[in-house]
Design a protein around this ligand. Sequence first.
Ligand SMILES: *Cc1c(COP(=O)(O)O)cnc(C)c1O
Length: 463
Amino acid sequence: MTQLYRDLPSVDKVISAPEGQVLVAKFGHSAVVAQLRVILSQARQAIAHQQPFPRYLTDFSMLYKKLQHDLTALCQVQMRAVHNLTGTVLHTNLGRALWPVSAQQAALSAMQHNVALEFELQSGTRGHRDGFVSALLAQLTGCEAACVVNNNAAAVLLLLCTFARGKEVIISRGELVEIGGAFRIPDIMQQAGCVLKEVGTTNRTHLADYRDNINENTALLMKVHPSNYHISGFTQSVSEQALAQLAHEHNLPLVSDLGSGALIELDQFGLPQEPTPQAMLRAGVDLVCFSGDKLLGGPQAGIIVGKKAMIEQLQRHPLKRVLRCDKVILSALEATLRDYLLPEKVPERNPTLHHLTQTTAELEQSAVRLAQKLQEKLQQDYDIAVTPSLAQMGSGSQPEFTLASVAVTVAPRSGNHSDLMQLVRSLKQLSQPIIGRIEQQKLWLDLRSLASLDALLASVDEL
Ligand SMILES: *Cc1c(COP(=O)(O)O)cnc(C)c1O
């Protein structure tokens, strides 16, 4: 055994050989040494456990190949692109919205160049980083001004910290929602140091419930769009209009957390209507906040629109400095919003809206091509079929609403669950993994959430 240890090559010997020098020239001395040490320590482990000695330690040319391979892998980004065939268009675990081409280009330019982020080109004076987005949102939603932060949870926190710290916030019990992991309205209230005043009951809240709880300690009235759940039956909630009137009678602001924030009417595409920020502002809400990467279909951001004086207060709060967005996100958001100036073109240009509005006939064409390719590759071992499916908007939007969709289903002829899981594993091992969903002992590859058919077919070719 000691002889085996002694047979291990020394770091110096490996590095000083010509092949070692090639690696050092390419990756630098310290990375090559570090990687080599990893390999040698694995070898010592193998010796200690009396496992077979790795071949690359007796064959130097294999050792260099392994080093080259490991060092190349080290430089490869591990957060890989995947094909989303889950049927959930806005999949939080898969990164939500894909960016419009306009946003990609704007972001790339902002990455490569200095930009007039806080600089007025006309006057040469200092500008505001939210300025471009604010002007666009004024045009699109009728707001007076806007404030942009890292995400919508941050927007809610900033709102509460600015206007309600140490004071009471009145909110309906039916709207105390939890959204995704770890975003709960009561927790955010606590973080912001405000006192939650829940009124009404889970299913019914009346205007009088709000009115009876207003006192000298009240900071604001709040509405939260319970995007990810729905109660039906004997229910009652108070309209924004009535609530705004009540708030303003008492000189209080009304704020609304919309969550999704679709900027165009979705019912024109046969989708369920989502409340828009512009409708909320028209109803008299003072500040509305929503996400950038849900139904808006842009980069991750939290957007607050509304009254100028209040937006200015948000902008001055020290937390805004903590939560502000960088030039890349702000330019991508500006480009995403600019596409909304041509409303009829949004479903062509915005991937999220494109995915949601594709006809099942279009999806079927893609499904047929995918099924053919899979048939070629998997041959006789699997039953492959083009099947009607049900897709979802995702990220908590309209959880009960399902979109007619088309999937390719794949099931092992053997009927063995382990064969099905083997297929799932091999699809995940592709250079761009394919993610579907398992249902009824089949793998469902739903075409509604797919970004690129060509790229998908190329991936299947690797199988
Ligand atoms: C999604 C959502 C949030 C959180 O938004 P993020 O952008 O994910 O931080 C907050 N409130 C509501 C109502 C939501 O739907």
